[in-house]
Design a binder for this molecule. Structure first.
Ligand code: ADP
Ligand code: MG
Length: 225
């Protein structure tokens, strides 16, 4: 589950971003929508504990993030959060297989090579373990990054603009895979996007609309986007 209360983020020299509260049950799906610059990626980084809010609280899978610091926060994130960033952050110096092994190192767990091979298979990249990221197509690289994100069966999968550079068919497939992976491990799914196609692919998902807070913010003078 994800619960946020009174969440805000101040960037130096910019208007503060204030976010509506979210209460997403475990296994639920959330669409974070809004125009470019509305704060979608910022919200994801707050929920992942990658950024400290200037106000408010985040609780993920029963863990209040304000209670964690430093290496304890890093270890918690490595186990509880699957993150599929817009730029995939695959290491180009490592094979696909070893890129997945990084998930174990980050979590302080012994690597499990059999589990890595198994994780690649259902995403259709089971025979690419020995390749390097530079030898993958964009779609293959995304699947590898997704396999790494869900390898440790996180409580939450956060995907930032996962359809950004994909045609209609590839976008639909990518969203299908995200949902399949989350169902398989019981994870909640959060997709941040300004892509209207995602709405159709996630019917019934909760929506966090950051365009709306822009309007409210302008009305009460707190925030301008
Ligand atoms: P989105 O993902 O919706 O495009 P972001 O969360 O990236 O929006 O950005 C929200 C706002 O915060 C934008 O105005 C952006 O310029 C600003 N911002 C994002 N990251 C930083 C940063 N590291 N330093 C200063 N301002 C930032
Ligand atoms: Mg963004």
């Amino acid at each position: 589950m994800i619960r946020t209360q009174g969440l805000a983020c101040n960037y130096a020299g910019a208007q503060p971003l204030r976010f509506p509260d979210v209460d997403l049950p475990q296994g639920g799906r959330l669409l974070v929508q809004g125009r470019s610059g509305s704060g979608k990626s910022t919200w994801l980084s707050l929920v992942a504990g990658l950024r400290t809010p200037s106000a408010g609280q985040v609780c993920v899978a029963g863990q209040a993030l304000t209670d964690l610091r430093g290496s304890a926060l890093d270890a918690w994130r490595a186990r509880a959060i699957g993150f599929l960033p817009q730029r995939l952050h695959l290491s180009h110096a490592l094979s696909v297989h070893d890129n997945l092994a990084l998930a174990y190192f980050a979590a302080g767990l012994p690597r499990d090579d059999a589990a890595i091979a198994q994780a690649l298979h259902p995403l259709g990249v089971g025979d690419l373990g020995a390749r390097y990221p530079a030898q993958l197509s964009g779609g293959q690289a995304q699947r590898v990054a997704l396999a790494r994100a869900v390898l440790l069966r996180p409580a939450v999968l956060l995907a930032d603009e996962p359809t950004a550079s994909l045609d209609d068919e590839a976008a639909a497939q990518a969203l299908d895979l995200l949902q399949q992976c989350c169902r398989a491990c019981g994870a909640s799914l959060v997709v941040a996007t300004h892509d209207r196609r995602v709405h159709q692919a996630l019917p019934g998902a909760q929506v966090l609309d950051l365009n709306e807070i822009g309007l409210q913010g302008n009305q009460d003078g707190r925030k301008q986007l």
